[in-house]
Ligand binder design. Sequence first.
Ligand code: SIN
Length: 306
Amino acid sequence: MGPIILNIHPTGHFDNHVKEYQHIIVIPLSAAMGAEIKDVQVSALTDESFAEISDALYRHKMVYFRDQHISHTDQENLTRRFGEFGLDAYTEGVKGHPDIQSVLKEADARTHMIFGGSWHTDSPFLERPPAITILRAVETPPFGGDTMWANSALAYNFLSKKMKDVLSGLKVHMSAENVLSEVQKHAQERDPGKLGSMDIKVNVNSMVEGNFHPIVRTHPVTGEKALYVEESYSMGIEGMSEYEAAPLLNFLREHITQPAFTCRLRWQKDTLVLWDNRICLHHAFNDHDGYRREMYRTTVLGEVPQ
Ligand code: SIN
């Protein structure tokens, strides 16, 4: 058998077209996913524009807004429109705003590991991982510091019926064991309790124990099916030996994150992004030494994945 060609090219199956909206303007980002929403300030949304933004988020998996001049309180209010705050498993939030997490790398920080620096979904080791993540840029490097996303629903659609049958009913063990041991390794070299420039406070036992979730999960609003496997936290498959599970998990990781299924955002100061954490993966980059990157993150509590 020759080399396995994984790369899929758009063949008419991709549908990142926008719908007609009355209150927002939406412009698709890539063929696979993502969209810019224009002509709204998220600090002053009507119920009608909020309903259209939610619809666009579920359709495009990630949406972004430029030039949003908002405070921590505005970000909290936007988050609460979607539901309760999700649990922040890594930090205690910023002063006076326990549900707002600072995602920071200082210009002089030289670190092997940054927060979110591999393909992952946010906190899948929790029983109820975040449904939605909201990230706001306050200071950005002149280049670098982009974020990529991969559409795991599209990746599921491109699997054969046979592979879908194999995956149906399987559960993935999501655990922070590898991530926390990397954090610890690098913390010894530098400041204990820090990940890059971020103060980290974690409950090691529960994060390592983690949870078992369906490898194919169903979106609670749209009914779409998506692959729930990634690089950082997917450690094994329930009922399989490591030897059996590893090749399948590796195949799925490579399949989901192939270029055709992704989009990439170049941040600017005051860019705000929302992504549907149930149905896409994302990846930050440690490529802006010498330049500060300061972001603020909130999450919306999700359901137990089904
Ligand atoms: C995250 O993984 O939530 C952070 C992503 C980023 O900093 O771009």
